[in-house]
Each structure stands twice: as C-alpha cells, then as structure tokens.
Design a protein around this ligand. Structure first.
Ligand SMILES: [Zn+2]
Length: 223
C-alpha cells in the first residue's frame, strides 16, 4: 500500500521519536507492525488568531470522522477555543510575546471570523451548552474591552473599543452599559433580523451589565 502513495513525504518513525507537525498539515499515519502511538495538540498564542478561520473545516472533520460522538467532540472543541481565547485576551501566557501585536491580531481575527465561532456554538444541539459557550465568548470579549478602556483612561488616553477603535464617549447608553451594548450590537453576530432583535438586545444588555449600574451608583454616592 505504501508503494501506491504519490507525492508528499514518507518516513518511518522509530520508538521514542517525536514528530512535531505544523498546524493544518494534512497527514496520515500507519502502523507497519504492532505498536503504540500517542499524540496531542498544542495551541500556541501566536497561532491562535489565525486558527479561527479554520473552524468550519474542523467542524466538518468532526462530523465526518465521529458521526456518533460528534456532539461531544464539538462541545470539546468549542470549549478548547473558548479557553484559549480567554487566555489570549487576558494575556495569560509567556510574557516574552509581543502582547500588543497579538491582541491586534486577535481583534482582526474576531472581526473576520466571529460568524464562524457563532456557527460552531450553534452546531451544538443542547441549547443550554450552546448558550453557555455563546455567553463565554461574549464575557471574554466584554471583559477584555472594558479592561483596555480602563487602562487607556488611567493613561489619560481616549478610551476606545479595541475591535473598531470607536471612542466610548461617542457610544450610546450610560457608563455601565455602553460598551456592552456596543459589543453586542456591533461585534457579536446578529442572530435575528426579523424585528425581534431590539427586544433580544434589551434583555442581553441588561444581563451583561447586571450589577454594574448599582456599583456605579454606589461609587458616586460614596464620592
Ligand atoms: Zn467596536
């Protein structure tokens, strides 16, 4: 069978050897005698922004390779994407990396690929799990955008949305909800375009700003 293969590179791996594969490199491995192989995936912060564009490809592979188990695997995949995104946005990794450039790449990738992330969540049939992942992505971004605005304000700079560079003082809404409203309306895929979006937005904005208006009121009172 090996002799029938064309193109590519063929080699025999010996016991104790490890092979590092670049991302999205098509490959096949075959045991030519009884043996045990083990593999694992490593997500790197620098590669992660570009990985979002491959989500539909990975979803298709999961559906094809594991028809019985595909719901479990889709949930595992969504969980891994969310976990890595949270770490990248928090800057929770090797500090030697250029975090400013990485966050810019992450923002560009989100602007380009957010519909793919949304479609991954929507492919999960259990509505509680699917909503849990959607909320996770929203929270990760809202926290990141708010943190960056606070940093800009502390540095006496004009606070802007990292995803589109719009200044927050030009956004509609009050201090507690304007960035949440902006993110949900401009940077989260619009699931509904049939007239009920406004009602959905109201509930969503209230949910993600819960407690904040109270905190701001308290801070003002105390000031
Ligand atoms: Zn924005």
């Amino acid at each position: 069978m090996l002799l029938e293969l064309e193109h590519g590179i063929v080699f025999v791996q010996q016991a104790g050897q490890t092979l590092y594969m670049p991302p999205f490199c098509t490959h096949v491995s075959m045991g030519i005698e009884n043996c045990t192989s083990a593999y694992y995936y490593v997500a790197t912060a620098t590669q992660f922004p570009a990985a979002l564009k491959h989500i539909p490809w990975r979803v298709a592979v999961i559906r094809r390779e594991a028809p019985e188990m595909h719901q479990t695997q889709l949930a595992d995949y969504a969980s891994a994407i969310l976990y890595t995104l949270e770490q990248v946005l928090r800057g929770d990794f090797d500090k030697a990396l250029n975090i400013v450039a990485l966050h810019k790449n992450m923002c560009d990738s989100w602007n380009e690929n957010k519909d793919k992330v949304y479609a991954l969540c929507a492919a999960i049939e259990d509505p509680t799990k699917a909503d849990g992942f959607k909320d996770g992505f929203k929270r990760a971004w809202i926290e990141f955008l708010e943190r960056k605005c606070v940093l800009q304000e502390n540095g006496k700079k004009l606070a802007t949305c990292q995803l589109c560079k719009n200044p927050i003082n030009k956004m509609s809404g009050n201090k507690a909800d304007r960035l949440v409203r902006h993110f949900l309306q401009k940077h989260w895929p619009r699931a509904d375009a049939n007239g009920v979006q406004e009602a959905v937005d109201k509930v969503e904005i209230a949910r993600f700003t819960e407690g904040k208006a109270h905190q701001i009121g308290k801070a003002r009172k105390g000031a």
